[in-house]
Design a protein around this ligand. Structure first.
Ligand code: P6P
Length: 337
């Protein structure tokens, strides 16, 4: 007898978005979330068949980060852009894969929202079949009369109206917030629908894992080294944690959200601002984790309070249970001049 794992009350993401859209939403916002869910299904389809479609390997191009692009990266980036560039719902977009903002062609009407995204984060993991993800931020345009400008993109996380991620793993999940809690949907490939499986997700009070790349230990400042030793149990008041590090941001943060703990990508001697990008990785994840009862910091301040100065700027990044992230701030404060 086939196990029917579908949730008892079947709620599709489309129905959930419609029934929970912010009161002031004028439809644009709702349909923009639909568009992202559709892009997610299309990317999931390709990602899940990557090895079969010979889509693995190099696209032979290099992105702004100087990383060789994988073909799936290019597909994910183009899918998100072409699903949103003509709909009249956004005034401008930005992508991790493009150095400059993505302006809406004059032939299309502009909308009231800004979409900023990392189309396929962790893509270096594609070839070894490790989970990867899409991360997105949605802001309102600052001046609805004007076509999109860079300042519409360079907004602090506090101004986010929605943020979320899609995790392409053992199953494909879309997790997002519009500021009214965090909700998770699992793709049922048989019917091609994201079904509500995790309503009002909250980070567990008792943390289970810490997640950091120990390979950089000797590049960290003494304060970061002391913090990581604390996480490992060096002090009386240390937490009792196991260590997990996947090296794919969406997967590491999804586990942190579900099991509790902290993910850290500190600054180091080679990356003085860390590696994680503010606008389309740290800020959306910070908005989401705060909605789930957690906290995200650059080691000095709440990620959501950072005023962006450039499209691809990086920040040191600590995210997870509030007390674990706050402790990182305490250790780093000790080393302030
Ligand atoms: P490292 C993937 O390339 C990524 O941008 C994130 O998904 C991930 O958290 C991080 O880099 C891993 O970086 O230096 O530990 O390999």
């Amino acid at each position: 007898m086939e196990l029917d794992i579908r949730p008892k009350t079947i709620v599709t993401i489309e129905r959930f978005i419609l029934e929970n859209q912010p009161k002031e939403a004028r439809g644009e916002f709702t349909y923009l979330l639909y568009d992202i869910a559709l892009a997610a299904k299309m990317i999931a389809h390709k990602t899940n068949r990557a090895g079969l479609l010979d889509i693995l390997g190099r696209a032979g191009q290099v992105n702004v980060q100087g990383e060789e692009q994988q073909k799936l990266d290019v597909y994910a980036d183009e899918t998100l852009f072409h699903l949103c560039d003509h709909t009249g719902r956004v005034c401008i977009m930005a992508s991790e894969e493009h150095e400059e903002p993505l302006y809406i062609p004059e032939r299309y009407s502009k909308g009231g929202y800004v979409l900023v995204y990392d189309p396929l984060d962790g893509s270096s993991n594609i070839d070894v079949n490790v989970s990867i993800g899409t991360i997105f931020s949605i802001f309102r345009c600052l001046d609805w009369e004007k076509r999109g400008r860079l300042e519409d993109i360079l907004q602090p996380g506090r101004k986010l109206v929605a943020a979320g991620y899609i995790l392409y793993g053992a199953s494909t999940m879309m997790v997002y917030t519009t500021g009214a809690g965090v909700h998770g949907f699992t793709l049922d490939p048989e019917i091609g629908e994201f079904l509500l499986t995790h309503e009002f997700m909250t980070i567990p009070d008792k943390p289970k894992y810490y997640s950091v790349n120990h390979g950089y230990f000797n590049r960290w400042s003494p304060a970061v080294q002391r913090y990581v030793h604390w996480l490992q149990g060096s002090e009386e008041d240390s937490p009792v944690l196991s260590e997990r590090y996947i090296g794919s941001l969406v997967a590491d943060i999804h586990r942190t959200l579900l099991r509790g703990g902290v993910f850290a990508y500190p600054a180091d001697s080679k990356m003085p601002n860390g590696k994680i990008r503010l606008l389309y990785e740290a800020a959306p994840m910070a908005f989401l984790i705060e909605q789930a009862g957690g906290y995200a910091s650059d080691g000095c301040q709440n990620i959501l309070d950072i005023e962006p100065t450039s499209l691809h700027q990086r920040v040191p990044f600590y995210i997870g249970n509030r007390e674990l992230v706050a402790r990182a701030e305490a250790y780093l404060r000790e080393e302030q001049p």
